[in-house]
Write a new protein. Structure first.
Length: 261
């Protein structure tokens, strides 16, 4: 009984049937909606309604997490994937915030990591979206940068703006966003400057990681586009959109293109 149920769950998560594809796209929309929700509620007071919604979302995320872990062929390798670690941090932040009062709301935005690192999701998007197929690296790099900006903004809002006596509403969140962007871009207007050792080290982290992500985005934008198409012979995964032969082994490729206009 359990083995049949496991097979059905595995087909839904990894199969190619219309039901499987619909489920994965539904999970995409759910992930995107939860990320937007977590960003929006960060500057809002933690009311009973928000706690209730968070618990419902935590339940859905937990069920999804258990299903993916159940069908994973290598359990430890699965737990080491970046989007799985992100889910663990999201679930931990939801539980700790409810029972300990520790505000880790900034970690919940890490849910967006799944959008750019789930293998079966990427396969669906490569198959169904020519735009994504031709600009995958740039889209994923931009997504990683946006996630970093809002995770950092939420952390600054909670631990810098609010703890420093600043406004706790939307204005305080905008101040946190302003500080994050000016620090990331190394603009440094000087009107919002950390004074503690921890704050200065945090600013250094924002600059190092943020600039790295920004340079990654710039590099994929200004370099020739590559499509993800594994070579049947040698396994090289990146090729020119109009490539006919693999540059590594010379094997013949069958990349879907729009042709010459």
């Amino acid at each position: 009984m359990m083995e049949k149920l496991k097979q059905r769950v595995e087909k839904l998560y990894t199969g190619t049937s219309p039901a499987s594809v619909r489920l994965r796209y539904g999970l995409i929309l759910f992930d995107l909606a939860t990320v937007i929700y977590f960003i929006v509620v960060t500057p809002l007071p933690h009311t009973a309604l928000i706690h209730f919604i968070n618990e419902i979302l935590a339940l859905f995320i937990f069920v999804d997490f258990v299903c993916r872990f159940w069908i994973a062929p290598g359990k430890w390798a699965h737990l080491g994937r970046i989007y799985v670690i992100a889910d663990i941090l999201v679930l931990g932040s939801l539980v700790l915030n409810r029972f300990t009062g520790v505000d880790l709301s900034f970690l919940r935005i890490l849910r967006g990591v799944r959008l750019g690192h789930s293998n079966y999701l990427l396969q669906d998007l490569r198959r169904d979206s020519r735009l994504f197929r031709e600009h995958e690296d740039a889209i994923v790099a931009a997504l990683n940068l946006v996630i970093f900006v809002f995770v950092t903004t939420s952390a600054v809002h909670v631990y810098v703006v609010q703890s420093g006596g600043g406004p706790k509403d939307f204005e305080g969140y905008v101040n946190a966003l302003y500080y994050t962007v000016t620090t990331l871009t190394t603009t440094g207007y000087g009107d919002f400057t950390p004074t503690s050792v921890g704050g200065k080290l945090f600013a250094v982290g924002i600059m190092v990681i943020g600039v790295s992500l920004f340079l990654r985005l710039a590099s994929v934008i200004f370099t020739p586009n590559k499509v993800h198409y594994p070579c049947p012979s040698c396994g090289l995964t990146r090729h020119d959109p109009d490539a006919v032969h693999c540059k590594h082994c010379g094997g013949r490729l069958k990349i879907e293109t729009r042709g010459v206009s």
